[in-house]
Design a protein around this ligand. Structure first.
Ligand code: ZN
Length: 295
């Protein structure tokens, strides 16, 4: 059986002889296989290289982003810590204000301020426990603080309102001629119960409303003479007697300190003075109870 060859004719240059190279068929097959295999290896390597190059560039970008994020996280942590400290300071301030209002002498004496409500104080450490600072925790803290501040605002508002409607100022400044309680009757010399304070002053001296309220009576009333009755709400009324004249009428809203009349000597009186009564649910109480201590 004749061997099959591939014959290659090689011409080194124009003048030289031709060289014949005879390559057997099997060798040709092997060479062709090697060629095809090499091609695929080369393509695969090129593809892998391209993929790796892409990955490296991706990795570099990610690393840069990671560094940036780490810095950002650190900054956030510092900010969160600062915020937490600030919230703690505000929380302590809210504590102090609550204590101040709750222990206020005025509220203790006439306390209708309704001090109460939830004042559960969540400390930062309670909220955070051992976990790291989180924005969620900060949000909870600020919400709690907001609630406490709102409660405090209500307390302060109620306190201001209580003061406005409580007879805490003298209607006139003058000599106290008669105290509240038992005394000698200036007319008969016998004993009687005096239901208010007698404050002497010059005839015509302005008389001020001791608190905010509504005028419910302004007319002559036997021994009282010209009598003004002011309703201050919460069961409190005041009576101002022996007035020379009125400055307000029934139904008028008056404010604390407003001039409502003038000292006179109408009714059962030995001289110009103001008869001043404070009544709680229409029972006379000592007006001094509501006046600043020491006055
Ligand atoms: Zn009197």
């Amino acid at each position: 059986m004749a061997k099959r060859f591939y014959t290659f004719i090689v011409v080194p240059n124009a003048s030289s002889r031709l060289h014949k190279v005879r390559v057997p068929m099997p060798v040709m097959y092997v060479l062709a296989l090697i060629g095809v295999f090499s091609f695929f290896v080369a393509v695969s390597l090129g593809f892998n290289y391209a993929r790796m190059a892409f990955k490296v560039s991706d990795y570099n970008t990610l690393q840069a982003e990671n560094t940036e994020l780490k810095i950002e996280k650190k900054n956030l942590e510092v900010t969160a810590k600062k915020l937490s400290t600030k919230i703690d300071t505000l929380s302590t301030l809210a504590d102090k204000l609550t204590t101040l209002i709750e222990n206020d002498a005025f509220i203790k004496r006439f306390g209708k301020a309704g001090v109460g409500g939830s004042t559960v104080d969540y400390r930062t450490s309670d909220i955070l426990g051992n976990t790291r600072l989180t924005i969620e925790a900060l949000k909870d803290q600020t919400a709690e603080l907001e609630n406490r501040m709102t409660l405090l605002e209500q307390l302060a508002e109620k306190r201001a309102q209580t003061i406005r409607f409580t007879p805490t100022i003298w209607p006139v400044r003058g000599r106290l001629a008669s105290h509240f309680g038992g005394r000698l009757d200036p007319f008969t010399g016998g004993t009687e119960v005096h239901l208010g304070l007698d404050i002497t002053g010059l005839y015509g001296t302005p008389v001020h409303s001791p608190a905010d309220g509504i005028v419910i009576f302004a007319a002559r009333k036997s021994d009282y003479g010209n009598l003004l009755i002011i309703d201050h709400g919460n069961g409190i009324t005041t009576r101002l007697g022996h007035l020379a004249r009125f400055q307000v009428k029934v139904g008028h809203a008056v404010t604390k300190g407003q001039i409502v009349g003038h000292i006179g000597m109408t009714g059962r009186t030995t001289g110009p003075h103001l008869h001043y009564e404070v009544r709680m649910h229409d029972r006379p109480v000592n007006p001094r109870k509501y006046l600043p201590a020491g006055e």
